[in-house]
Structure formats: C-alpha cells, structure tokens
Design a protein around this ligand. Structure first.
Ligand SMILES: [Zn+2]
Length: 321
C-alpha cells in the first residue's frame, strides 16, 4: 500500500475549512477555554513525531508550538477565571495592512479600550538587555515587546481605516508561573506572573459599558482578519509506508497502551479511552495526514496495526458516512 502526501504548507488543505468556519461564525467570538484548538499543524507534527523520525529542527519547532499552545490555553483560563465568558475577544488572528501582516494572540474589549496581548510561555530566568532577552543559561533573542510594538502598529493602521480614535493598551503577558525576568523596567509593557492577578482584577472592576461603535469595531476586525492557523506552515513530505502503525495515546502520543474489551489505558500518562473514541481519534489523524485518501476498513485496520477488530472499524466508518 503506497500513499504519499506532498503538500507545500501544512494545513493547506484545511484552509477552506477554516474559512468556512469563520464565515459561519457571524456572532462575536466569545472567550471560551474549550474553543481554542490545537492547530492542525501541531497535530500533524505530533503525529509525525510519534510515527516517524522527525528531524531535530522540526522537533524543536514542534516543541515551540506546543509551548505556545500551552501558553495560550493558560491565558484563556486566566480570562475565564477573572473575566468570565462573555467578553468581546479576538484570539489568534492575523491582520494585514499595506502588505504588513501581524499576529494578534488576544484582543479583549474592556469598556472602550482594546487590550492587546502578546502571550508568552517562557520558563526560567531571563534578563532584559537593550532590545533583547537573554536566557541566563542560554541564547539571546529579540525582546517580545518589539513584536508587540509591531503588532500594535499594524493594528492601529487597520483600525484607522474605520475610526479616528480608539484606545489601545498593549501588553506582553508572561503566563508561566516559573518565569523570572531580571532588569525589567516599570515602563515596560510587561505583565509578569506575579502581576497577572492584579491586572485582571483591575479589568474585572472596570464597569464601563462598551459603546456600540467599539463593539462594531471589534466585530469588523474579526471579519476582516484571518485565522492565525493558515499562516503557519513548514514544507513537509511524508509517506504512509514510512510511518509506524499502531494505536497511540491521544494525550501523550505513546504507543504503550493496554487494551481491554471496551477500553484503552495509557501506561505512560494514565489516560483512559473508550475504544470507539480512540478509534475515532485515529480516523481523524489519518484524515488530517492524508486528506485525499479514501477511508476504508482495511486502511484503518492497517493504520492501527490490527489492534482492534475490523468489525468495530467497519461499524464506526459506516456511522460516520
Ligand atoms: Zn498517554
């Protein structure tokens, strides 16, 4: 059996999906911790990492994406805990003005102020130098406030097309409690882990009603921006026959599963699945990796290395069609 999949950009084949979803969502985005999903790209990399040998650079890239995703999930939780679920908010959107594109991690309307957040999940001790951050035991990299200023600039340009004045407050928020920053200045746009509570409590206590114009503005920004997912991509070639077959844990991607008649248990992370749920995850995985391929019982059976009986697979596929 030979199935190959060559795509220039991971997630390319899902572009249509995302666009349609965006179109269908005619109401404002509401903050919801369950709504932010792992990007297809991250899911593909995790799958390739379990089932093939991923090059070191791609592994590092995957780890960065995982850290980013965890950071955003942490941020969503903070918003839900402090501000509830009914705030006007944009998450993971790309805005473009005059050929410049910037990524908004999160934008929340409080009263008539737009709060722009660059979410960082850095861990460990860091030092701020001029325009740079330095890990105390590692390399230097560009200060996240540089990225924030750029995003703010593009955002202002986009908004200025529709309105004369709107207040924007921009922050880099460090969501990981294990992050420490030396040589930070009061004037830096940073929210350090120990300042998070105070920051969100202040927003929570702001009872200013948002004007209709501001709400319309955020709505317009939502419809005129794109999902961040499509933007991220790396060249990727992979072939079905090069992949290790079998059932893997959806949580930690281990092959170390114990199967009973109805359930599967992960010996590495303790996750439990109904067999049908686990099977569905594997069908989703196959569809994501090889979107052009027709799903058959034989293919799924081969993919999971015959760990569940064909009758169960056939039944599930029939229910899906
Ligand atoms: Zn596991």
């Amino acid at each position: 059996m030979v199935i190959t999949n060559k795509i220039d950009t991971i997630g390319m084949s899902h572009t249509m999906d995302t666009t349609n979803k965006t179109k269908r969502r005619d109401k404002m985005d509401i903050v919801n911790t369950t709504r932010r999903k792992k990007s297809d790209q991250l899911k593909i990399l995790e799958s390739l990492n379990s089932r093939t040998h991923l090059a070191h650079a791609q592994q590092q890239y995957m780890i960065n994406l995982q850290k980013g995703f965890e950071g955003e999930a942490l941020f969503d939780k903070l918003i839900q805990n402090y501000l509830g679920t009914d705030r006007e908010c944009l998450q993971d959107r790309l805005i473009t003005y005059n050929g410049s594109t910037a990524q908004i991690d999160a934008l929340i309307l409080i009263g008539n102020t737009l709060n722009l957040y660059e979410v960082k999940n850095y861990e460990g001790e860091h030092q701020q130098l001029s325009g740079h951050f330095r890990r105390l035991k590692g390399q230097e990299f560009i200060c996240p406030s540089v990225q924030l200023s750029r995003t703010e600039k593009v955002l202002k340009q986009v908004l200025n097309q529709w309105t004369e004045t709107v207040d924007i407050h921009s922050y880099v928020i460090f969501v990981n409690p294990a992050f420490t920053l030396f040589d930070a200045r009061m004037s830096d746009p940073f929210i350090l882990p120990t300042q998070i509570k105070k920051h969100f409590e202040k927003l929570k206590n702001d009872q200013t009603q948002s004007s209709k114009e501001c709400i319309r503005l955020v709505n317009k920004l939502q419809s005129e921006s794109r999902s961040g997912e499509k933007y991220r991509g790396t060249p990727q070639n992979y072939a079905y026959e090069d992949m290790r077959k079998g059932l893997i844990c959806s949580n930690c991607h281990s092959f170390n599963l114990k199967l009973t008649q109805r359930q599967a248990f992960c010996r590495d992370c303790g996750a439990q699945y109904k067999n049908d749920t686990l099977l569905l995850h594997h069908i989703d995985e196959l569809t994501l990796l090889f979107p052009e391929t027709k799903l058959t019982t034989a293919l799924v059976y081969d993919w999971i290395d015959g760990k569940l009986i064909k009758r169960r697979i056939g039944r599930l596929l029939q229910n899906l069609s």
